[in-house]
Design a protein around this ligand. Sequence first.
Ligand code: SF4
Ligand code: SF4
Length: 185
Amino acid sequence: MNGSTLDHDDQLRIILQGIFRCKGCGRCCVTADPIILNGDDVQALARHFKIPVSRALKRYVRAHPDLPGQQCMKETEPCQFFDTSRARCRIYEIRPQVCRLYPFLSGEGRARLDCPASLEVLDVAMAARAHLQQTTWEDPTAAAIEGNPKLRELFNQYMVARIVGKKEMCRELGAEIRRVMEALP
Ligand code: SF4
Ligand code: SF4
């Protein structure tokens, strides 16, 4: 995502992340490298372990190997906070932002073959797409939507949100659709 404007791909990724439900298999914690840490993540680690930020930096952080100025987790594959005996994150409540946003809103922002939950989300998205392709446009409102790219996009998002049961998102998209339609010439 760049700047304040969300493009179609950003919006789709937000919806996909919204319906994503981690299965807790821990594969990403074992294979992810590097794991980016931002300033807030490091402060959270310092607070959690009751140590100064300088010590948290020394213990848990290294320079990102490819991105100048960025920092990442010191030990990975598996992540130093992954409890291998219980297959759980030992700092789950304060896990870094990149872990919270994985997989659709962090890194490459896509489903991963080694993340079973992300593949399930893709199945849902494909079903929604198939449903949309079967949708017929028989009444004048639908015809207006079909002839207007912005409305069509909003309506597609609305349909996906409805199919996957995101009620709040449906309400927001419905209100936006009404606003756009009321402004039509
Ligand atoms: S911090 Fe926790 S959630 Fe993130 S990679 Fe490490 S073990 Fe996994
Ligand atoms: S690989 Fe996917 S399902 Fe497994 S713990 Fe990571 S995010 Fe959750």
